[in-house]
Ligand binder design. Structure first.
Ligand SMILES: Cc1cc2nc3c(=O)[nH]c(=O)nc-3n(C[C@H](O)[C@H](O)[C@H](O)COP(=O)(O)OP(=O)(O)OC[C@H]3O[C@@H](n4cnc5c(N)ncnc54)[C@H](O)[C@@H]3O)c2cc1C
Length: 331
């Protein structure tokens, strides 16, 4: 579905390309890159498989985006998407299957709906997919008590006892959020201290509905026809096993970056996050990366839009350099 007609300029040096830049993924990074691309008068296409917003749509309240002391994730998503559209970025709803580099140095982007789009530059802003525990019962009870999104599913667990698995910012924040609905929330963590930032820990640990379960990993999720009933735990220090009766399990043990669609080697770290230079360009010339797909210290909305700003402006420079090289070659 194309929301906005292409009104931007045509770049005569990008012969054969549909766009100047294609942005894959419409979370905060993609939406910000689309805004800058459109504003920079680049023919900008953003391809997003769902509604624009990315993880903003899975976040209830955002309290750390400058200028907004408190804003709903979905409201910030709408504002960012409208802002990008206002500057002429074109939006398509589709899933990208492959990004391939062509012999001339441009890219072809192929989608689930069988479409093919071409541009001399691509910005990958596809974020990540939640990691799974990989234990028995996880698949079986997915959607029947096992969830990876508190905002999406929390309201289904009114009055229940829940377990949140993990010890980082997302786990602790979401445990706090889930106490709106749950009668009690256990945070099950494999170590004896949390990784979450101090302010998030403070808030959660002061919450009387939250109880920490230290040094435990989940071995199995058990249930019946009504859904999840309990989790079987193993102590990481003593090896002793135990059970916790819970009506739901929320898993927040990190993300794997969505980089499998790049069909040639791009440098990455051991977890698959893309390595970029200071212009957000990957080891593949013309392929840029921004936001949660990229190697970095922290993954936040502010860092995602910061990366995207750099990437979009770097794309302008990259295209100008290509034009210059093409005109030298033609002379
Ligand atoms: C529960 C939770 C709460 C959070 N709370 C906060 C907070 O309060 N403050 C804060 O600063 N940060 C918060 N974060 C982190 C923040 O949301 C992320 O860092 C940020 O959204 C990253 O933006 P992004 O654009 O890189 O990726 P994402 O937001 O993940 O967006 C990626 C987009 O790419 C799309 N996509 C993926 N693959 C494809 C494909 N093949 N084809 C087409 N589209 C594709 C996805 O559908 C998605 O919309 C939170 C994260 C979570 C999970």
């Amino acid at each position: 579905m194309i929301d906005v007609e292409d009104e931007a300029v045509t770049d005569s040096t990008n012969n054969g390309s549909d766009y100047d830049v294609i942005i894959v993924g419409g979370g905060p990074a993609g939406l910000c890159a689309a805004m800058y691309g459109g504003r920079g008068m680049l023919r900008t296409l953003l391809i997003e498989r769902g509604l624009p917003g990315g993880e903003l749509l899975n976040t209830e309240l955002i309290e750390d985006y400058p200028g907004f002391e408190s804003i709903l994730g979905r409201d910030l998503a709408d504002k960012m998407a409208n802002h990008a559209r206002k500057f002429g970025a074109e939006f398509v709803t589709d899933t990208v299957d492959a990004i391939r580099r062509e012999p001339g140095g441009g890219f072809v982007v192929m989608t689930d709906l069988g479409k093919t789009y071409r541009a001399p530059a691509v910005i990958l802003t596809a974020g990540g997919t939640p990691n799974k525990l990989g234990v028995r019962g996880e698949k079986e009870f997915a959607g029947r008590g096992v969830s990876y999104c508190a905002v999406c599913d929390g309201a289904f667990f009114k009055g229940e006892v829940l377990a949140v698995i993990g010890g980082g910012d997302a786990a602790v924040e979401e445990a706090d959020y889930l106490t709106r609905y749950a009668s009690k929330v256990y945070i099950v963590h494999r170590r004896d201290k949390l990784r979450a930032s101090p302010i998030i820990q403070q808030r959660a640990l002061a919450n009387p509905k939250i109880e920490m379960v230290w040094n435990k990993v989940v071995e199995e999720i058990e249930g019946d026809e009504r859904g999840t009933r309990r989790i079987r735990l193993s102590d990481t220090v003593t090896g002793a096993t135990s059970t916790l009766d819970v009506g739901g399990v929320f898993v927040f043990i990190g993300f794997t970056p969505n980089t499998g669609i790049i069909k040639e080697h791009a440098d990455h770290d051991s977890q698959g996050y893309l390595v970029t230079d200071s212009h957000m360009m990957t080891s593949i010339p013309g392929l840029f990366a921004a936001g949660d797909v990229r190697v970095q210290l922290t993954r936040q909305i502010t860092t995602a839009v910061g990366d995207a700003t750099t990437a979009a402006i770097a794309v302008e420079k990259y295209l100008a350099e290509r034009r210059e090289q093409a005109s030298v070659g033609a002379a």
